[in-house]
Design a protein around this ligand. Structure first.
Ligand SMILES: [Cu+2]
Length: 175
């Protein structure tokens, strides 16, 4: 019962503004891998993109070949698992919802993958104060009736003014 109510509420929230949530495919076609060449880097991938609270990162990788671990900046810089935030995600592809503003750091913990460049830092911004989401267009009221198929004819002055109906003379009262 309650489950159904919450489900319905969630559906309504999604319908309200589906554009609020952007799904980012980490690395696009490369996915979550050791960078295949020197021209690719995850920092290049992330630059120029806007990550907002509520957006989703999709780390596309083969289970048992890579993983994802969120770490603090020091561990990202040094490619260590020290002070990891949460637990390692071992099953790919992995969806991670960006749940807070700030810079989020992710590494792969396999071998020396992180040292080889399999590491990602994204700066997440909150939606604008007041709750308005710039990605959400303001809701437009639905038109009450469909527009007319034919444009209305332009108003024209009548060629002949309507004949004035003169009041009929009443016969004078008979004396
Ligand atoms: Cu890896």
């Amino acid at each position: 019962m309650m489950k159904a109510v919450f489900g319905a509420m969630f559906a309504v929230m999604l319908l309200h503004c589906a554009a609020a949530q952007t799904v980012h495919m980490v690395g696009d076609g490369v996915g979550w891998e050791i960078p295949p060449n020197s021209s690719f880097s995850y920092s290049n991938w992330a630059s120029g993109k806007t990550f907002m609270v509520g957006d989703i990162l999709v780390f596309n990788f083969m289970t048992n070949q890579h993983d994802v671990l969120r770490v603090p900046q020091a561990s990202y810089d040094a490619c260590t698992q020290d002070n990891a935030i949460g637990s390692v995600i071992t099953t790919g592809p992995a969806n991670i919802t960006l749940d807070s503003a700030g810079t989020h750091y992710y590494i792969c913990t396999f071998g020396r993958h992180c040292e080889f460049g399999q590491k990602l830092a994204v700066t997440v911004v909150s939606s604008t104060p007041g709750g308005a989401n710039p990605r959400c267009p303001p809701l437009q009221p639905a038109p009450l009736s469909p527009p007319p198929l034919h444009p209305p004819r332009p108003n024209r002055m009548p060629v002949h003014p309507p004949l004035l109906r003169l009041p009929t003379m009443k016969a004078p009262p008979q004396v």
